[in-house]
Design a protein around this ligand. Sequence first.
Ligand SMILES: [Zn+2]
Length: 118
Amino acid sequence: MATCKYCAKEFDDSTPEDILVHAPCAITQLEEMEQSFDLRWKADMRAIKMWQEGHPERELTWPDHADMVVWLLTALDESIKLQSHYAILLNMHDGGQRMPFDTLNKWIARLHEIGVLK
Ligand SMILES: [Zn+2]
């Protein structure tokens, strides 16, 4: 006996008919894995392109994944500090209500609040 990795039902893996019953499960699981892979691939390609644009001397290099994530988080962190600095300056100048963010998590929470991140 075996357990279908998709529907979790038991079947006799020595019987071709039983194996065939779960062929659609295997196909559905494969399609879901492909969709997941495509999402990850596209996100990685966007991140690699950003990293390469930030390293023009290494435009053909594919960075180590951990190095790239650290680099992108550092860039995000620095851009939030810059945004907050200018929000405060501009509010002082024109009395506006721009929101500064002192932590990355507060910025992420704001992006969820306005529906940019889900
Ligand atoms: Zn199944």
